[in-house]
Design a protein around this ligand. Structure first.
Ligand code: GLV
Ligand code: MN
Ligand code: MN
Length: 415
């Protein structure tokens, strides 16, 4: 089997997809189920159909593009990622796994390989938490990690529920049907940019993921008392933003003092009400994103934050309510998928690093129902979730090549 990745075509497809965006280039913004996201999805579907894949979408908008194997009733081998992008993002997060996965399938087809098990490209809906506050909604539903009832009720910032938003986008089926049947995949591999600096620092072009860190996210609401910025004397204030500021620093401190660099915590949203220059903030809503490779340590940091929050409540006479949106366990990648990836690397003489994924991915949830692995490629300076995110066409093509070989090993040949 002689596999050749069409690097130029893949690169040009990445550029075309980046232009379907709500941000000024080079930034990319593609929030799930917006007209822009729907346009991007339609374009990717057209590429899949052009490649001869059978395309279908479930009630949540997860897209399946299948190359039927000779044993089409047997469990499939999956690959894929997401094309939604956070505000002011780059071109590669998720996209490399979708378009690289498609090119891997096209390369296998061109080589004359015919799979025994079907090979399926899966484009997950809503990997990013931007719209509904919780990431990986598509894969949570596919894996049954989140119930259809709970997902349907989640709301975006405008108060629209998941159910309303997905129906407006044209997905009217039953959310209960999104969960994949047992044994649907015999293996799943996601190609992704590293989103960290380790591969680049080690000057190694490929990373095989051993485990994926455990993410948790919370919505925190701080209620104080508003009033006139001139009239209310300082000792009488219950300023919700000052309380939030203390809490944000306590969050930073909890992560810094956990005893390991693997604990990371971020407050990325801060909504201040009423948001007027001369009005004391009466209500603040912040988000907390906290992760660790070690579940006990992450939960310990969450407890430290909770204790700090109670102290701030008492000291500043405000009320602080936390809602845990998700607190997921980490995942180990499957030995058989890791072996398919490392054998492919060795056959080509490509060095690789075995590593932990500190970012979360849909693979975290797929791993609950199928043997799952991930292949990383470097991104410049480790930058991601910013417009200057960059991966070289050579690294992307190398990743797609190793992915293609791993898919072939997992799917087996029909000949
Ligand atoms: C995924 O986008 C993450 O935030 O890790
Ligand atoms: Mn992302
Ligand atoms: Mn991603």
């Amino acid at each position: 089997m002689k596999l050749e990745i069409d690097q130029q075509r893949l690169n040009s497809e990445i550029e075309t997809l980046a232009a379907i965006s709500d941000a000024e280039p080079p930034a990319v913004t593609r929030i799930v189920f917006t007209p822009t996201d729907l346009k991007a999805r339609a374009w990717v579907i057209s590429l899949c159909k052009e490649a001869g894949l059978a395309v279908c979408q479930d009630a949540f908008g997860n897209i399946f593009a299948r190359w039927n194997g000779s044993d089409s009733a047997a469990p499939a081998v999956g690959t894929g990622s997401h094309i939604d992008a956070i505000p002011n993002a780059g071109k590669y997060d998720g996209v490399v796994g979708v378009l690289g996965g498609l090119e891997a399938i096209r390369a296998l087809h061109r080589s004359g390989f015919r799979p025994r098990h079907s090979i399926e490209l899966l484009i997950f809906a809503t990997e990013e938490p931007t719209r509904f506050g919780i990431g990986c909604l598509g894969s949570r539903l596919l894996s049954g990690t989140l119930s259809a009832e709970a997902a349907a009720k989640l709301k975006d910032r405008d108060g629209e529920t998941v159910d309303e938003v997905r129906r407006k986008a044209g997905f009217n089926g039953n959310l209960q049907d999104v969960k994949l049947p047992k044994g649907y995949y015999r293996g799943f591999v996601e190609l992704h940019i590293e989103q960290g600096p380790l591969l680049e620092r080690a000057r190694i072009s490929l990373g095989i993921v051993k485990s994926i860190a455990a993410p948790a996210s919370l919505r925190i609401s701080i209620e104080g008392a508003g009033g006139h910025a001139g009239g209310v004397l300082m000792p009488d204030r219950k300023d919700a933003l000052c309380a939030a500021a203390e809490l944000i620093l306590a969050i930073e401190d909890a992560a810094r003092s956990s005893g390991a660099l693997d604990t990371v915590a971020t407050v990325g949203v801060c909504d201040v009400f009423p948001g007027a220059v001369n009005s004391i903030p009466s209500r603040v809503r912040i988000t907390l994103d906290i992760r660790d490779t070690d579940l006990t340590r992450r939960d310990g940091a969450m407890q430290t934050i909770e204790a700090a929050s109670q102290k701030i409540e008492a000291k500043r006479q405000v009320s602080i309510q936390s809602e845990v949106l998700n607190a997921d366990a980490p995942a180990d990648c499957a030995p058989e998928v890791r072996a398919a990836l490392s054998d492919s690397c060795r056959e080509h003489g490509f060095p690789f690093l075995e590593m932990v994924s500190r970012a979360y991915h849909d693979s975290l949830f797929l791993s609950r129902i199928a043997p799952t692995g991930m292949l990383f490629i470097p991104c410049r300076n480790g930058y991601s979730h910013r417009p200057d995110e960059y991966a070289t066409p050579e690294d992307i093509a190398r990743g797609a090549l190793v992915l293609a070989e791993a898919l072939a090993k997992l799917a087996g040949s029909s000949q």
